[in-house]
Design a binder for this molecule. Structure first.
Ligand code: SF4
Length: 340
């Protein structure tokens, strides 16, 4: 059994100072960290409890009309907050698609960003090969059971996917992650927060050592009228996504003024579908145009032996999610999307 010390931080500066000790990690809701500790996957020396830092537990409007969601806000509180539900329905939908009610009541926004992949070989220490758990050891998933794994942006070192639903919506919404650390505060564009695996899959994010997430900032709302989060999974609740899509539109009738699409369950980070977005911007919304855009995005997919089905599934999910986001302009409810 590991010896672990515990320290409760009273404020942000105190937490950052305590994190300079070797082996120190922050703990909020602990819904992923405690699993990792019990499984022997991570071995912190000191747990720095940040749950009493009141400054991190707020949702507040920003001067530019955006919204700041503190890192300690619980997933359920964020999902059900009036300003999130009315101005950022995409985020509310994605949060409510994640985990279970009990977990959402405990898990924090900052912790959601930091949760680690659910690759079964990563969690099962009986498997020696896992570059994310033991750098340089290999990857058991590449030749193993990889139905849930990546089809985009993977490497020969790791084919794991990011498990977060919330992060897919935040990628589409162009959120910003605010962090504080020993060298001060900085802002990280959401799409630059999570990494592709490359040859260092043991790093999930671009956080520097000792940095603490303080909030997630949303820009002024643009997509409150036309947004949809679609999650395709093996069962109706409490399952990670095979594929998910966050789709948001600004429309003039059927003319697409602005479009944002991000995918989950397909890559080591939330995958911003920039190829599809470029294909759709300025076009007239139609099923054929959506299918073309989805096919163009997935042309870069490199499926494994067990997950080729995800390529077509992701294309159909992009069409379906965007059709539902468009509402009456997308003939929501049409199973075929043939609404043009
Ligand atoms: Fe480990 Fe990544 Fe391979 Fe899974 S996919 S076994 S996390 S290296």
């Amino acid at each position: 059994m590991d010896a672990i010390s515990y320290q409760r931080a009273a404020d942000i500066n105190g937490a950052i100072a305590a994190a300079q000790r070797p082996g120190a990690v922050f703990i909020g809701g602990g819904t992923n960290l405690l699993d990792l500790m019990k499984g022997g996957i991570t071995h912190p020396v000191t747990l720095i409890d940040i749950t009493r830092i009141a400054a991190l537990d707020r949702i507040e409007t920003l001067p530019d009309g955006g919204l700041r969601i503190g890192a300690l806000v619980r997933n359920s509180d964020a999902a059900n907050h009036a300003l999130v539900r009315t101005r950022y329905p995409l985020l509310s939908q994605a949060l409510l698609a994640g985990a279970s009610p009990q977990l959402r009541n405990m898990a924090t926004v900052g912790g959601n960003l930091m949760q680690r992949t659910r690759c079964q070989y990563f969690y099962d220490t009986a498997f020696a090969q896992c570059n994310k758990r033991s750098p340089g050891s290999g990857c058991a998933a590449i030749g193993g059971f990889n139905r849930m794994h990546a089809i985009l942006g993977a490497s020969a070192q790791c084919v794991a996917v990011n498990p977060s639903d919330m992060s897919v919506a935040l990628a589409a919404l162009d959120a910003t992650v605010q962090v504080s650390g020993p060298r001060g505060a900085r802002a990280i564009a959401f799409t630059a927060f999570h990494r592709l695996p490359g040859d260092q899959p043991h790093f999930d994010t671009t956080l520097q050592s000792g940095e603490l997430i303080t909030s997630v900032d949303l820009p002024p709302p643009m997509f409150s009228d036309h947004a949809h989060y679609l999650k395709v999974r093996n069962r109706a609740s409490y399952a990670f996504a095979l594929v998910s899509v966050a789709s948001a539109l600004q429309l003039d009738g059927r003319h697409i003024r602005t479009v944002r699409i991000a995918l989950g369950g397909v890559a080591h980070r939330p995958w911003r579908a920039s190829v599809a977005e470029q294909h759709l911007a300025g076009r007239t919304l139609s099923a054929a145009t959506l299918r073309e855009a989805a096919a163009a995005e997935l042309a870069q997919a490199r499926p494994l032996n067990g997950n080729a089905f995800k390529v077509g599934l992701a294309q159909r999910a992009i069409v379906r999610a965007t059709m539902l986001a468009a509402g009456p302009y997308g003939a929501a409810g049409s199973p075929t999307g043939d609404f043009a």
